[in-house]
Ligand binder design. Structure first.
Ligand code: AP5
Length: 214
C-alpha cells in the first residue's frame, strides 16, 4: 500500500510516518530528510537546497522528483509513505508517472488538518538528540533527566536551521499557495481523506489506522 501524508509544516507527518514504519513495516520517503542528508554531505544538490530551505521556500520540482525516483527503486515491494511530497501539482503528476513506471499505485492520501497558530508553537519548540535523533519539545516533551537523551544517554541536542518563526511563516505561506491546490487532484479520485491533526499523537494515529484498515 502506497500512501501520502499531506499537511503543513508541523502538522505531524513525520511523527505519524515513523509510527507506520514501526507498526506496519512501511518505508518513510521524506523529501525533507533526503534534502537535509544532501546538505550534511555537502553535495551539489545539498548546497543548492540549503539556501532555499533556510528561506522556507520550495526546492525545485526536478530535484525532489529525482530524489523520490531513486529512493522508490530501493524499497522493493514494501509500502511507501510519502512525507512532504508531493508539494506542487507538477510533483503530484510526476509521482503518478514514477509509480506507474514501477507498477505501483496510490491507495490513500491523508491530509492532517491543523490550526496554523499551534504549528508555530510545535515547530519552534522542537529539538532532537544529535546522536540517535530521538525527538523532544521545549514544552511538550523534555528529556526526563536534564540534558540527557532518554533513549541513548547522549548529551548533545540539535535544532533544525529552518525551525524559527520567520521561516515557519514562509513555509506555511508556501503550503497555502502551492500545496493546498493539489488537494482537488486527489479529491476527484476519491482517495483523499481528512484527519483532525489537532488531537493527541495517539488520537491522530487511531484515525489514520481506521482509514488504512477500511
Ligand atoms: P520538511 O522536512 O518536509 O518539513 P515540513 O513539511 O515543514 O514538515 P516538518 O518536518 O516541519 O513537520 P511534520 O509535519 O513532519 O511534523 P512533525 O511530525 O515533525 O521540509 C523542509 C524543507 O525542505 C521545506 O521547507 C522545503 O524547503 C524543502 N522540501 C521538502 N520537501 C520538498 C518538496 N517535496 N518540494 C520542494 N521542497 C521541499 O511534528 C512537529 C512537532 O509537533 C514535533 O515536535 C512533534 O513532536 C509535535 N507533534 C506532532 N504531532 C503532534 C500532536 N498530535 N500533538 C502535539 N504535538 C505533536
Amino acid at each position: 500500500m502506497d500512501i501520502i501524508l499531506l499537511g503543513p509544516p508541523g502538522a505531524g507527518k513525520g511523527t505519524q510516518a515513523e509510527r507506520l514504519v514501526t507498526n506496519r513495516g512501511m518505508v518513510q520517503l521524506s523529501t525533507g530528510d533526503m534534502l537535509r542528508a544532501a546538505v550534511r554531505e555537502g553535495s551539489p544538490i545539498g548546497l543548492q537546497a540549503k539556501v532555499v530551505m533556510d528561506a522556507g521556500e520550495l526546492v525545485s520540482d526536478a530535484i525532489v522528483c529525482a530524489l523520490i525516483g531513486e529512493n522508490l527503486d530501493r524499497i522493493e515491494n514494501r509500502g511507501a509513505i510519502f512525507d512532504g511530497f508531493p508539494r506542487t501539482l507538477a510533483q503530484a503528476e510526476a509521482l503518478d508517472l514514477l509509480l506507474a513506471e514501477r507498477g505501483r499505485k496510490l491507495s490513500y492520501v491523508i491530509e492532517l488538518e491543523v490550526n496554523e497558530e499551534a504549528l508555530v508553537d510545535r515547530i519552534t519548540g522542537r529539538f532532537s538528540c544529535a546522536s540517535c535523533g530521538a525527538p523532544y519539545h521545549d514544552r511538550f516533551k523534555l528529556p526526563k533527566v536534564d540534558d540527557t537523551c532518554d533513549v541513548c544517554g547522549g548529551h548533545d541536542f540539535k535544532r533544525r536551521d529552518d525551525d524559527n518563526e520567520l521561516t515557519v511563516r514562509t513555509r506555511l505561506a508556501e503550503y497555502r499557495a502551492k500545496t493546498q491546490p493539489i488537494l482537488p487532484f486527489y479529491r476527484e479520485r476519491g482517495i483523499l481523506h481528512g484527519v483532525d491533526g489537532m488531537g493527541s499523537v495517539g488520537e491522530v494515529a487511531a484515525a489514520i489506522d481506521a482509514i488504512l484498515d477500511s
